[in-house]
Design a protein around this ligand. Structure first.
Ligand code: MN
Length: 128
């Protein structure tokens, strides 16, 4: 079973996305701000992180940068999620170390395809 860390400060979005992923067989761990995201990633070593970029305490860009600078969390693929459809957001997410990017509101079929792609064996697996 693949573990996905969902980082989202909007309670409704977090709940909806978590349920959808759980229904499709993922083990879901959640975090509600950037600081919690770092803690959860270090503790659970998820197979993938869905990272909202606009977060309290520590924004998603900063959290991504920190996660990608640490040996233990570096290999975990990060898909950035943002509501801002501005063209610069994708570049900014990539510069922060995010591996992929998707827009909110989430289109679950499209997002699942990305999640599957990034959790395929040999792709972003944490070597133990
Ligand atoms: Mn947010």
């Amino acid at each position: 079973m693949k573990t996905v860390l969902v980082v989202e400060d909007n309670e409704l979005n977090l709940d909806m996305l978590s349920r959808r992923l759980a229904r499709r067989g993922f083990l879901v761990v959640s975090a509600r701000d950037g600081t919690e995201a770092l803690e959860a990633a270090r503790r659970h070593r998820p197979d993938l992180i869905l990272l909202d970029l606009s977060l309290p305490h520590l924004d998603g860009w900063t959290a991504a940068r920190i996660l990608k600078s640490e040996e233990q969390t570096k290999p975990i693929p990060i898909i950035a999620l943002t509501a801002h459809a501005l063209s610069g957001d994708r570049e900014k997410a990539e510069e922060s170390g995010c591996d992929d990017y998707d827009t909110k509101p989430v289109e679950i079929v499209r997002l699942l395809a990305k999640i599957k792609q990034w959790t395929k064996p040999g792709t972003g697996e944490v070597a133990v």
